[in-house]
Design a protein around this ligand. Structure first.
Ligand code: PFF
Length: 486
C-alpha cells in the first residue's frame, strides 16, 4: 500500500517541522552575528529567494510528480542521477548522527535545569565537567555515559515518531511544531521585557554593510538557507512523494519556506534580547558575549537562565524542551526519508529498516560522546554543510536544468497550484544558483587547500571531512548499482 499523508496540514507541518530545528535557534543567530549582524539578513534573503525557494519548489515538484523517494525520483530524470539521491541522504545521515548527540546534550540539560546544576561557571561546567573535553581530536578519550544516555533517549524518540511512516509522523508533528512555537513566544516575551534587551536587539538588527563584500558571508548565507530549509538532504522530495495526486505544490513550498524563516527571525529576538540582558548584567559589550553555536545554547544561555529574577528553572526547562521538540522532527524527517528510500528499493520491512537505521546511526554517534567528540562534531558539521549540501544543491540544479525539461516541471508544478511561478524559476535553477553556489564552493575549496579547517591537523580534517565524503560517494554508487527488488 502506498504511503500517503492523511491531510495537507500533516504534510505542511511535517515539512515545516523538518525545516525548523536546532538550526533556527542555535545556528541562525550565531551565524547572523558572525557575518555582519543585520547586514547578514540581506544575503540571507537573496539566498532564500534565488536558491532556497526555487529549490524547495523543485524538490516538492520532483517528489510529487514521480511519487517516489529521492533516489528513485532522481533516477527518473536519468538513471545515473539515482546516485545523487543516495548521496544526499548520506550527507543527511552524516548530519543526523551528530545532531542526535546535540539533542542528547539537551536531554541532560533539561534535567540540569530543575536545580540549575550548571552552577556559576557554566563554561567550565559544559566543557570540563559535562563534555570533559580533551585537548585535540586525536585524543578521543573515554565515552561520557550521561551523553550516551541522552543519545539513546533521543533515538528512541526518533524511531517511535516514525514507527508507521507518514501515518505516525502526520500525528506527531502537530506537537513537535506547535509546542516549540508556543515556548518560543514565551521566551521572546521574557527576553524583550528584560533590562538591556534593546542593546542586544540593536546588535542583532544593525547592519554592517562592509560584510557584504566578504565571500564568506555569502557562503554562510547559502549554506544556512540549505541547512535550514532541509534542502539537499532528499527529505523534502520524499515528503512530497507522500502527497496525494491533486495536492498543491508552489503554495506549499512558499508556505514552508516563509514559516521557517519567520522562526529564525523570531528566534533571533529571543536570543539577542536575552544576550542584551546578559551584557548589561555583566558589564560586557554584547559583541563579547556571543560565542559559537554550542557555546550559545549550553554556556551563555544557562548563565542567563540562572540570572533570571524569577522562575529561572522553569525557563531553563522551557528552553531545552523547545530545543528538543524543535530538533526531533528535523532528525526524524531524515530518518524517514532514508527509510522510505531503502524500503522502496530493497522492499525490506519498515520495522527492520527503522530499527536498523536507528541503531547504526546511534552507534556512530558514540564517537561524539567521547572527550574529543566536540572536535569531530565541528569538523563533520563543517564538511557536511559547506561541501556536501552545496554540492547536492548544485548538481540538483544541473540535473533539472540541463538533463530534464525544466519548463515542463515548472508547468507541472503550476498546474497543481493556486498561484504560479514564471520563467524566473528556470533562470534561478539553470544559471543563478549553480553559478553562485558553484563559485562559493570553489572559493571555499581553495581556502581548504591553503589551510585545514578550524586550525585542526590535516589528518583530523581528512578523517572527519574528505574521507567521509569519499566514503559516502562510494556507498551511494554501491546502493545505486545494487539491483532493485521488485
Ligand atoms: N533544518 C534543520 C535545522 O535547521 O535544524 C536541519 C536538519 C538537521 C535537518 C538534521 C535534518 C536533519 F536530519
Amino acid at each position: 500500500m502506498k504511503d500517503i499523508w492523511q491531510s495537507r496540514t500533516s504534510f505542511i507541518l511535517a515539512s515545516i517541522g523538518s525545516a525548523i530545528g536546532l538550526g533556527n535557534i542555535w545556528r541562525f543567530p550565531y551565524v547572523c552575528y558572525a557575518n555582519g549582524g543585520g547586514a547578514f539578513l540581506i544575503p540571507y534573503l537573496i539566498a532564500l529567494l534565488t536558491s532556497g525557494i526555487p529549490l524547495m519548489v523543485l524538490e516538492f515538484s520532483l517528489g510529487h510528480k514521480f511519487s517516489k523517494p529521492a533516489p528513485a525520483a532522481f533516477g527518473n530524470i536519468k538513471k545515473g542521477f539515482e546516485v545523487l539521491g543516495w548521496f544526499a541522504l548520506l550527507i543527511g545521515f552524516g548530519i543526523v548522527t551528530y545532531y542526535a548527540v546535540v539533542m542528547g546534550w539537551c536531554f541532560n540539560y533539561l534535567g540540569y535545569s530543575f536545580n540549575l546544576a550548571w552552577g556559576k561557571d557554566t563554561q567550565t561546567f559544559f566543557f570540563n565537567q559535562f563534555l570533559k573535553i580533551s585537548d585535540s581530536p586525536m585524543h578521543i578519550g573515554s565515552i561520557q555515559w550521561m551523553i550516551v544516555l541522552g543519545l539513546v533517549l533521543t533515538w528512541i524518540a526518533i524511531i517511535a515518531s516514525i514507527w508507521k511512516g507518514p501515518n505516525t509522523v502526520g500525528k506527531v508533528v502537530y506537537y513537535t511544531v506547535i509546542i516549540p512555537w508556543i515556548i518560543l513566544i514565551v521566551l521572546v516575551i521574557r527576553g524583550i521585557t528584560l533590562p538591556g534587551a534593546i542593546e542586544g536587539l540593536k546588535f542583532y538588527l544593525t547592519p554592517k554593510f562592509s560584510a557584504l563584500l566578504d565571500y564568506k558571508v555569502w557562503l554562510a548565507a547559502y549554506s544556512q538557507v540549505f541547512f535550514s530549509l532541509t534542502i539537499g538532504f532528499g527529505v523534502q522530495i520524499t515528503y512530497a512523494s507522500f502527497l496525494p495526486r491533486d495536492s498543491d505544490v508552489v503554495n506549499n513550498a512558499f508556505l514552508v519556506s516563509f514559516a521557517n524563516n519567520a522562526t529564525s527571525f523570531v528566534g533571533g529576538f529571543a536570543v539577542f534580547s536575552t544576550l542584551g540582558y546578559y551584557a548589561q548584567q555583566t558589564g560586557l559589550p554584547v559583541s563579547e558575549v556571543v560565542k559559537s553555536g554550542p557555546h550559545l545554547a549550553f554556556v551563555t544561555y544557562p548563565t542567563i537562565i540562572s540570572m533570571l529574577p524569577f522562575a529561572a528553572g522553569l525557563f531553563g526547562i522551557l528552553f531545552f524542551l523547545m530545543l528538543l521538540t524543535l530538533g526531533i522532527d528535523s532528525a526524524f524527517s531524515l530518518v524517514e526519508a532514508g527509510a522510505a528510500s531503502i524500503i522502496d528499493k530493497f522492499k525490506l520491512k519498515r520495522i527492520y529498516v527503522n530499527i536498523g537505521f536507528g541503531i547504526i546511526a546511534m552507534l556512530i554517534g558514540i564517537i561524539y560522546t567521547t572527550r574529543g567528540g566536540l572536535y569531530w562534531l565541528d569538523i563533520v558539521d563543517h564538511f557536511m554543510n559547506n561541501y556536501g549540501l552545496l554540492v547536492v544543491g548544485i548538481i540538483e540544479c544541473i540535473a533539472i536544468g540541463y538533463f530534464y525539461n525544466h519548463k515542463e516541471l515548472r508547468e507541472y508544478a503550476n498546474s497543481k497550484s493556486d498561484f504560479t511561478i514564471g520563467p524566473w524559476w528556470d533562470f534561478c535553477i539553470k544559471f543563478l544558483t549553480p553559478i553562485v553556489v558553484g563559485i562559493l564552493f570553489v572559493t571555499n575549496i581553495i581556502e581548504r587547500i591553503k589551510a585545514p579547517y578550524g586550525g585542526y591537523s590535516r589528518f583530523a580534517e581528512f578523517l572527519g571531512g574528505w574521507l567521509l565524503i569519499i566514503l559516502f560517494i562510494i556507498i551511494a554508487v554501491f546502493l545505486f548499482r545494487t539491483r532493485r527488488r521488485e
